[in-house]
Write a protein that binds this ligand. Sequence first.
Ligand SMILES: *[C@@H]1O[C@H](CO)[C@@H](O)[C@H](O)[C@H]1NC(C)=O
Ligand SMILES: *[C@@H]1O[C@H](CO)[C@@H](O)[C@H](O)[C@H]1NC(C)=O
Length: 396
Amino acid sequence: MASHVFMFHRTVSSMLFLVITALVITTSSGRREISELQEVEIQRHLKRINKPAVKSIKSLDGDIFDCVNITNQLAFDHPLLKNHTIQMRPSFIPKDLFRNDKKQSGLISTQLWQRSGKCPENTVPIRRTTRKDLLRWGSIGSYGKKDPNAIRNYGSHPAANFDPTIHEYAIIRGRGGIYNGIEAAINVWKPHVQEWNEFSLAQMWIVGGIDAPDLNSLEAGWQADRYKTGCYNHLCSGFVQTNQGIGIGATFDRVSTYDGEQFKVTLLIMKDPQSGDWWLIVNDVSVGYWPKSILSHLKGSASAVDWGGEILNFKVGGRHTNTDMGSGHFAEEGFKKSCSMDHIFIVDEHHVKRDAENVKVDMDNAKCYNLAHGSNDPNWRTYIYFGGPGQNPGCP
Ligand SMILES: *[C@@H]1O[C@H](CO)[C@@H](O)[C@H](O)[C@H]1NC(C)=O
Ligand SMILES: *[C@@H]1O[C@H](CO)[C@@H](O)[C@H](O)[C@H]1NC(C)=O
């Protein structure tokens, strides 16, 4: 099988990733190309999505980051962004807004490729999509089959079979509020992933139109899988990147170790009160935004927010996968052992940051992966620990 070829070349990595769901639903053109895996098609497709580089930077792990002219990025192929004027920064100042109380619960994790170079002014680093990436996605064949009603399954990984029974979650959910943003400091790990087509991720979701067939979901977090898929095809083609230093789909420089040094990344997704665009802020630095104009339900505020872990379980051999969630250790092991998120905030209808309260814990199978939730902690505010090893005597 062709799949073995790529397995051989790739190891598990943890990387920053983003997903926008709106485009998966509204764009149909990307689907057919992937299922017809003709070499000519592949090359044409790569040419279309990999924009010309002003400079290319090869990361130590083999990934190539192309410094693409900011005005020439893939987002601007989107028909609704034809007349779009790039916003270079949000109207709010992320540092001021979120300055106060981030007590260090871990070191900031940076990106591996940054050791190899820098992008010039007015360019943005885009991980180059490779032929292997395309083959991988095409080989799974279920790319266009997402179930519009399977809310949280959206976008988590387009290569996945979107049968909701294979997704397992341990998350907290916020409902019933008016949300203009979400934030968390997310502990970064490199979990074991059993199968080539499984993944493990830690992320936050912000959703508009949760009961609508064309709901919008913006997602950011870290992901580990046996390939590095990066930000691929239409999934990210609506995200306008403005930062020349931070790449989406880039591997983290260092990750946490069990009972050892802890690393984290702070992510904020926040609606700009003036433009209505949704900004992504990484470690207090604005990276880019999802323009309001390509969204339907998120033109206004969001109605649902989630934080936590998700894995794919293909039940190979009739057994539960032993793919780890988080660090691979259950929530009760706590600090430095189980994966955490702390300083979990929402941004309310007045664009004021508040502790995430009134959240509900949702675990698909607590014997496989679980979650513990606390609030009003003097250092960590609202926080969670989550994860687990998957297959074990309680999770056969
Ligand atoms: C980017 O493209 C614009 C418009 O084509 C051009 O004016 C500018 O010089 C380019 N910038 C770089 C860094 O290549
Ligand atoms: C862009 O501008 C042109 C000319 O004003 C207009 O005809 C077109 O509808 C606009 N497209 C979008 C997506 O707004």
